[in-house]
Design a protein around this ligand. Sequence first.
Ligand code: 9UX
Length: 68
Amino acid sequence: MKNITLDVKGMTCGHCKGAVNGALTELEGVDNVEVSLETGKVDVSFDESKVDQAKLKEAVEEQGYDVV
Ligand code: 9UX
């Protein structure tokens, strides 16, 4: 299991948080997601044999947010 933190721009309300959380959680191999609206940080723990950082970034971007 690997832990990373994505720096996400543009999340300001609870729906943003839910959208990002849901998009990541539904990915195969994602174990845990923690979204902070205050800091824009999204902690993700995932199985490296099933998913990678690029996929996680893509899933967040598909929801309409920029990942730094
Ligand atoms: Mo809330 Mo987020 O109205 O893009 S869903 S700010």
